[in-house]
Structures are given as C-alpha cells and as structure tokens.
Design a protein around this ligand. Sequence first.
Ligand SMILES: Cc1cc2nc3c(=O)[nH]c(=O)nc-3n(C[C@H](O)[C@H](O)[C@H](O)COP(=O)(O)OP(=O)(O)OC[C@H]3O[C@@H](n4cnc5c(N)ncnc54)[C@H](O)[C@@H]3O)c2cc1C
Length: 476
Amino acid sequence: MVFCLTTRSFHQTATIALRLERGDKIYEDANLSSSAAGSASPVESDSVPDFPNHPLGGAPEPQVIGHNLKCFRSADQKYTLGAKSSSFSRTIVKDAMDHRTLLNNVGDLSAEFARRRSERQLRRSLDAGDFDKLARAGLPLVGVPIDEGGLWQNVETSTRPICEVLRTLAQGDSSIALVSAMHPAVLSYWLTVRNEAAEDDAWQSQCRQIFQSVREGSWWGTMTSEPGTGGDVGRTRTIARPTGSPHQYLLSGQKHFGSGSGMMSSMVTTAVTEGDDQPDWFFLDLRDVPWDGSRGVKLVFEWDGHGMTATQSHAMVFERFPATRIAWPGHLPTIVARTGSFIGCLFTSVIVGILDVALETAYLQIDSGDQRAFEQVEWARAKTEGWLVQQAFEGMQRAVEQQDDPRLDVLHGKTAIAELSESILTRLCRVIGGGTYARRSPFGFWFEDVRALGFLRPPWGLAQQSLIDGFSSAAE
Ligand SMILES: Cc1cc2nc3c(=O)[nH]c(=O)nc-3n(C[C@H](O)[C@H](O)[C@H](O)COP(=O)(O)OP(=O)(O)OC[C@H]3O[C@@H](n4cnc5c(N)ncnc54)[C@H](O)[C@@H]3O)c2cc1C
C-alpha cells in the first residue's frame, strides 16, 4: 500500500484525499472536499511537484536525482503543425530507476493534478509540460527493458507495478493516465518478443533503437483503430506499399482514436502490405509532421469526446506516409496473444484509479447518515460494486502473474469492470444529486471517463465474442 487515508478510509489503495500519509510525509488537501461539492476554486498552483528524488526546475546538465535516476530538463518546443499546433515532449530520461521511486514520483504528480481538478476536467487538449513532468518522474522507463536501463522485466512481474502507477496517475487526471497507458501498451509488442529472434540482427537492432528512442524522450502511442472494424485489428484495411528499403513502406488509409496525437512522437499502427492477406504492425514517426495533408497526414476529426476529453484521440487519413514495419514480420497474431492481457490490465487500471477517487470523494460527502432509503440503498450498492471491482482487478493481475494463458480471465475482469464502473458512477450521481449534472462537479466527468473502458480494445462486441469463443481457437 502506497498511500493510506488516516481517517475514514474507503479503499485499500490510495486516493488523492484529505489527508494522506506516505512514509514519513503527511499530505493535507483541504481543497478536495469542497471541490467534490462542486464549489471549489482550484488551488492556483501548478508548480513542479516536490519529488523527493528529483531536482526539478530547469537544470541544464544531467543531475543525479535520488537513487540512480538522472535526467535532463530540456526546453519545451512548440511546432506549428498545419491546422493544429502540437508539442512533443523532449525530456530525456538517462538512467534506470526502481518502481517504488517511480510510484512515489507519480503519486506526487497525481496529487498536483488533483489540486487543479476542476480546471483540468474542462480541458480539451493535452499539455506538453505535463508529459515533461511525467518523463522526469521516470514513467517512460516502464517501456524499456531493465537490462537497457528501464523498468520492464516481463509480463508476469511488470504488469502489477505499472498498473499501480497508472491507477495512481488516473486519480489525478483521467486523460493523462489513459494517454500514458498507451506507451507501455504498444512498446510491449517489442518488449514481449524481443528474445524470440535473438540471432536476427535487424530485429535486435530495431528493438535497441526503439528503447533508445524512449530514453531520449520519445513517447509512444497507437493509432490502430479504423472506422468499421469494430476494434478488430484483423480487419485492417490500410495498405502499406514497399519502398524497396528494408522495413520501409508508404502507408495509406484512415485511422481514428489516436490518443495522444500531437504529443506522442511515434504511433504504432496496422496495415496490410500489398500481396499479403494479413495485417502487420508498423510505426510512424510523427514528429514535426503537419496535419494539413501536405506530407501525407491529414486531420479529419479533432477529438471531441464526451469523456477522456483531453486525450487528443484524433482521426487522421494517411496518404503514402512513411512507415516502418516491425522487423519481426508476420507475427501479428502472436504479438496480440502475448500482449493482450497486459494491455487489458493497463486500460483497466486507469478506470480503477478513477473509481478510487470517485468513490472516495463520494464517501466524504455521502456518509453523513442523514439519507433517505433510496440514497442509502444506492450508496450501499455502489460500495458493493466498488468491492467487486477490487476483486476483479486483483483477479486479472493474479491471472497474469500465475497463468500460462490469462486472456480469458483478464477479459472477464475488464468487461465486468467496464459494466460495474458505469453502474457505480450512475449510482453515485443519483445519490449525490442533480449537482453532479453540472460541469463544476467532478462526477459527470468521471461518469463519462469510465465509459471509455468498454470501448477500449477489445471493445464491447469483440470482447463478448471472444468470451463466447473462450479463446478456443488459439491466436497462434
Ligand atoms: C477514449 C478512447 C480512447 C481510445 N484510444 C485509442 C488509441 O489510442 N488507439 C487506438 O487505436 N484506438 C483507440 N480507441 C479505439 C478503441 O480501441 C476501439 O477500436 C474503438 O472504440 C472501436 O469502436 P467501435 O467498436 O465503435 O468500432 P467501429 O469500427 O467504429 O464500429 C462501429 C459499429 O460497427 C460495429 N461493427 C464493427 N465491426 C463489426 C463486425 N465485424 N460485426 C458486427 N458489428 C461490427 C461495432 O460493433 C460498432 O457498433 C479509443 C477509444 C476510446 C473510446
């Protein structure tokens, strides 16, 4: 347990609440109780948090920070990108750290985000400065192998600590947590299979380059979904035409839901190469690329989600845009099978973090004992469902740690938590009242944010189909 509430604790695990203890530090946040009631003015401070392990604030040279982490702070760079303006984080993470330090750093950052919740929940875009702070906190290293200075060991041991970090982050800002989840999610395509072709120089070289890119400040995301495919990458229609150079293609097709667009340096996607009948993985370097179509990328729909409002999950059309194919080609089903459970846990951890803070916030308001029967029953049912979420999430992580093929258990858990989280937020809003319908209350935002889980891969229809099939036909 990282945080614990000293009074009236609802959860085992932390939320950003009135009084937190961590180690020998005590955090007081008098703002939360009033913001939960919808009447708070946010604390006017977005200062760099006081990471115990970080000297933050513009050091021009790499500095030793705490245990064994060094980092550069680079100048924020702004690029005007055709129709839109975007920023790419350039914070360079130099050396490895440990999960405990990372969790502490992200906890501090999450608490800082939570103090400005009422302002942050109204945002429609991401802030590069937040991703620089996350880089300095060490978060990108979850996508780098431990023997290359990162935090990744394997799916069995790395899933739980990464989920804990994302869950903690989501307690402070849902959109940032979801975008951050995409980074380890797609890097797992290389992390989980890099030893499969140990003798293949091209494959090993690509793995090293990708991990190096992360250490040099690149964030990775994904823009795989295509309209009409129902989240099934096997139904990809985007075409990749070979250029003649090894692994280099020109990609044409329509993609949507690219969370972190404009913030992620590289985006992983799928395409079918000419002559093949199955899609494969590719990645796109989108740094400094305008979105006006002049270089093969055109923004067709700017993200306008009801929830996860600041994720910049834009829709783009690509026309002969340069793409690099995964250097272990033809193994998409194997990679999907290896990584699906890990990714399912990541997405779920974000929603569990939102439920943590929603239930805790509700608890501080509701448990006055002065309620009618309806409110008492709805609150009791919300708490029961919250308990079920904890059990399901624990079951998912334990399945990953202990089972050879945890896909079915993880999908049962993700689907159950998607349903339960919508139900919990519905009940909380009814109990707390009509004020939750107002945008000054956090509950309406959380209500929409948790709805994302059911749409995230595998989305509802595909998830149910997989549960019916029971993964009887193994993907490999
Ligand atoms: C907040 C948020 C963030 C996301 N971030 C990302 C991201 O970063 N990267 C990314 O790649 N994706 C992302 N996604 C997309 C997600 O992973 C799914 O791909 C997407 O939600 C699928 O939408 P859909 O099911 O409506 O599919 P659509 O393809 O839009 O399908 C529309 C309708 O057709 C139905 N349909 C489609 N195919 C079939 C079929 N074969 N048989 C029957 N019915 C069918 C669907 O069930 C659905 O009812 C995000 C989604 C959300 C909500």
